[in-house]
Design a protein around this ligand. Structure first.
Ligand code: RRO
Length: 311
């Protein structure tokens, strides 16, 4: 028997070398290329099986005032506020670099209207450089005026609006900050979503005991890291029982065992987020550990695990 299970997997028609990818906004591939050169994009070094970009909007955004990041017990609050170069800046300056990645690219987008989403989706598709799109309808730090990710009917309408307009798989990034994320997932599937990803961060704040004011510049942000893992697992499990499209599970994945927990809860892929800030090559380690976890349980491939009788 091999020492570790083989991990290649297909997701929405995309061939991936493993089920371990990054969470949007948690790994700066462009900075890694700038600092480490071509080595950063060598397939044996790049830590994920697909790369999800930081979310972009049509117009450039400066982001929120500091503090943008705050460490918490077993987690982190962020309120970055979606700084990004806008669609033109992304297509002209970032995409040519991301096109050199050794893995498929998933571009994350956010807009205030269905028409705005359409412009983002169509322009990214035109470049021919993305394998899929993630629709971020769940950022806790941007008041877009669009409550689409919180309202099942709005989510379904957005998906119906976008569906005929692109050939690319559409992944809907869900918020944990609603009473029933399952209802939003069901609506996304009904509208034509190809997959859902969850969880985005959980609304949170921290108070500076000296000033008595929030430690976060914007007043509040979103909690991530191991602290949120039990919440994420519950939501992945609940959504798995309600939809048949694939799920990208995330929330406090730090090692092979926690990645396996998400697969057991019903995710097809797992995304690493906060752990990348502690260990930028965590994805590679988690992939290795996941292979060993599967082998220990008698599976020689991720396919055999997915086809196990109880699943
Ligand atoms: O940029 C952010 O503040 C941010 C985004 Br877009 C998101 O989707 N989730 C998050 O925790 N932070």
């Amino acid at each position: 028997m091999k020492t570790t299970a083989s991990l290649p997997i297909e997701f929405c028609g995309i061939e991936l070398s493993s089920p371990v990818i990054n969470g949007s906004g948690t790994y700066d591939a462009i900075a890694s290329r700038r600092i480490f050169g071509d080595e950063a994009f060598a397939s044996e070094n790049f830590p994920f099986a697909a790369f999800v970009s930081k979310t972009i909007t049509e117009n450039p955004r400066a982001g929120n005032p500091p503090n943008r990041i705050w460490e918490t017990p077993t987690g982190m609050i962020n309120s970055i506020g979606l700084p990004n170069p806008g669609l033109d800046g992304f297509v002209e300056d970032h995409l040519p670099i991301l096109a050199e990645l050794p893995v498929p690219l998933i571009v994350s987008v956010m807009a205030e209207t269905p028409e705005g989403f359409t412009r983002l989706v169509e322009r990214i598709e035109e470049t021919g450089r993305a394998s899929a799109l993630e629709l971020n309808v769940s950022c806790p730090n941007v008041h877009s005026g669009l409550i689409v990710g919180e309202q099942p009917t709005e989510t379904e309408q957005l998906m119906k609006h976008l569906k005929g307009r692109t050939e690319l798989p559409l992944i809907v990034k869900l918020t944990p900050n609603v009473a029933s994320p399952e209802e939003v997932a069901v609506a996304a599937e009904a509208g034509g979503a190809d997959a859902v990803s969850l969880i985005n961060t959980i609304k949170a704040t921290a108070i500076d005991p000296v000033s008595g004011s929030p430690a976060i510049g914007a007043g509040s942000g979103g909690l991530s890291g191991p602290a949120v893992r039990p919440v994420a697992l519950q939501q992945v499990r609940a959504i798995r029982s309600r939809v048949s499209i694939p799920i990208i599970g995330m929330g406090g994945v730090t090692d092979g065992e926690s990645a396996l927990e998400f697969l057991l809860a019903g995710a097809s892929l797992v995304a690493v987020g906060t752990e990348n800030f502690r260990d930028p090559v965590a994805g590679r380690r988690i992939e290795r550990e996941l292979g060993a976890e599967l082998t220990r349980r008698g599976f020689d491939s991720i396919g055999a695990f997915c086809d196990r009788p109880s699943s």
